[in-house]
Design a protein around this ligand. Sequence first.
Ligand code: ZN
Length: 429
Amino acid sequence: MNNKHSIICLALLAATVYLVGLIARSSYAGGDTRPLNEQLVSFLQDYIRIETTHPNPAYDKALSFLKKHALADGFTYQEVSLPSGNTAAIISFIGTSPELPALALNHHMDVVPASAEGWITPPFAGEIYAGSIIGRGTQDMKGIGATHYFALKELKEHGFVPKRSIHIFAVPDEEVGGFKGTKEFVQTDQFKQLNIGFIVDEGHASGNEQILDIKVAERKPIQIRITGKGELAHGSHLAAHNAIHDLVQFLDQIIAIHVSQQSQVGSKQPGELLSMNISSLTAGIKKENGHIALNMVPDSAQATIDIRVPPTMKKRDVKKMLDDKIKHYPDLNYVILAEAEEEPELKDFKTSLYCALSKSIEQFGLCPQPHYFEASSDLRFYQARGIDGVGFTPFAIADNIHGINESVPVDQLIRGKDITVHFIKEFCG
Ligand SMILES: [Zn+2]
């Protein structure tokens, strides 16, 4: 063993001693005799090991795993069959005042794929390395689901009885848009009967050890394809009606908008700004050998743009802007290929939910920060129904959603659960 090895071994030993200390500080659970924090860690490790990766997520295994825990811990468990054939699960802790709007803690069961290349430990082994649980889903978002579940379990074991009911939702298909998951789930009778007034869904890891972000709004996607029509001509023809020229002139204006928004990053978060990324360009005449003909002007050209509309703007205003610009080019037109149907009303984010969560974060010596999310998640389906919702990932490590070596430090997992316990006591007690 050389010096470098000894240092690594000492570091790992120190991390292990620290973890044992953390785990020992927690209380003992009822059925499972291990300390609750130790159970939380194994729960997440086991959950990671269930490969809920698209295109064939093992939802049946994830559901029976959640069901087994919920029933053993004395919670109410129900499954909701969705029109797509998928299933969502609801774990409930019923309050003494069921007339109060209920709180839901939402997590999705599916994860994005991961190949083993580049990982310190295999992505679906759920192993602990240097104090962190490594694995696909640790941040996005089985780790968050684990903090939700163990917060409820700890409260229940300590005899806490909530006034408003609390439900944990485990939903499918978020990673492929949520159309066969939450979008269907919120339309079911079972969902409507729960009288959900508040929802906490995923946010993102803050990447700053002093701060935890609370996601208050998301951008709305609009994806379009623009087609330009011209005339097929020889490349030497000065008067050629060139489809590419019209398209490029139009795209120039799109780029100008995008760049002016980019220049505001710093004073604003990216999630508060409009982005218009050109995502493809297609034009040119191909010869039989597959090469582009250098001396031909094509009769059509196409581009696609991925537009993300911030919560401060309306989708209809962005479409009007596109219409106003494109009308100067009679041979260009665009079609919308996909867009978010949901457009939640922008309101003051400092709701009772936001304030209760902020207060709990501050109790742990951290600073809560409102966050405008660049992309979109299941939260939009709940917010579009008028439910007060935020996204909250209780981890202060660097955001590594969908990345290689996605991980969560064990101490932050436990603290995340503790913050959630505090928040539930504040908000539902
Ligand atoms: Zn997610």
